[in-house]
Design a protein around this ligand. Sequence first.
Ligand code: GAP
Length: 388
Amino acid sequence: MKKEDPKLMEKIVSLCKRRGFIYPSSEIYGGIAGFWNYGHYGVILKENIKCLWKQRFVFDREDMFITDTSIISAPKVLEASGHISNFGNEIFKTQVGTGEETAVSHLRPETAQGIFVDFKNVVDSHHPALPFGVAQVGKAFRNEISPRDFIFRQREFEQMELEYFIREADWEKYFEEWRKTMNKFAKEIGIARIHELDVPEGDRAHYSKRTIDFQFNYPFGQAELWGLAYRTDFDLKNHGLDYLDETTGKRIVPHVIEPSLGVDRSVLAVLLSAYTEDELGGEPRNYLKLSKNIAPVRVAVFPLLKNKPELVKKAREVYAMVKKDFSSIEFDDNGNIGKRYRRQDEIGTPFCITIDFDTLEDDTVTLRDRDSGEQRRVKIKDLKEALI
Ligand code: GAP
């Protein structure tokens, strides 16, 4: 069972570095604890996860807005939100301005506050009726005392958050709805085995009346992947913000349900869920069984031989054709075909297309399936359908 493999984390870290997903930050200077760099495939995987999140949590709905607020805010924001008094040292301090103009501010520890502080602007621009939500994807910073476990606990990380503004009486209903949406999303990106933990009162954040931790079974133990919190009216109240309820003509402070998803922990859980070892053609292999929706490369196209111009030309034609329908396509003519397949397996490419001498005769190609390793002949004109 792969989840009990004591070396699983090591294998993932090494695959990520070898294949260009994730590197230690500042590595040539010995690294810096809690900071990581995403390489080419890591960026694409992360972008695909963020895009799908925006699709499901924002664009598929009619009650959501999206925003992108600054990382550094007026010092009062994090004082009013209770972060300075509750988290103190864990918040990165920075200086804004020079000379006499200098003010001390902080790097945001969550993207949420930018959403709360802009509440009035969003209401004035869009006049939304309750319930509605505002989403944001962006970096957050925490000076964690012990950053650890690869990208699990970092000092700089990314969040996909939304604040869903509701009437107080409806909180349980919407808490339940978002819980379902989060579970569905986990499935869609291929994260297996989520455990929900109702966080007891003493362990909840200062603003929360109910929190569910979505926990994942990491190789180092079960731990938080995402959180879902009922933040009550805590934040809007502390920022002195309210809302004119046009159905009653009264001003109220909306309550808030907050699904908060860490991007990096999502990437880690996706990689851990996808990592598979098996045997193919009598040889051991390892591969990433990534979902087609988020794999950094959807299809790789190969000419069988690099030094046969007629094969390379045809492969280029097929590549250009496939690229019209799928954006993440790779052309590879390096090394022998077996090695190319293994490389694509390791980065999780669901399909490989090989152009050989038969292609020149009958316009068919070899289509190889990552998971089974099976190869079949497909007509070039039928490729689109076969790759969906
Ligand atoms: N706005 C609510 C909030 O920030 P949180 O539980 O402190 O709640 C939300 O953080 C999510 O952000 C976590 O579930 C996790 O996915 C991610 N996260 C938090 N701290 C992190 C860290 N040090 N490194 C990586 N991800 C982190």
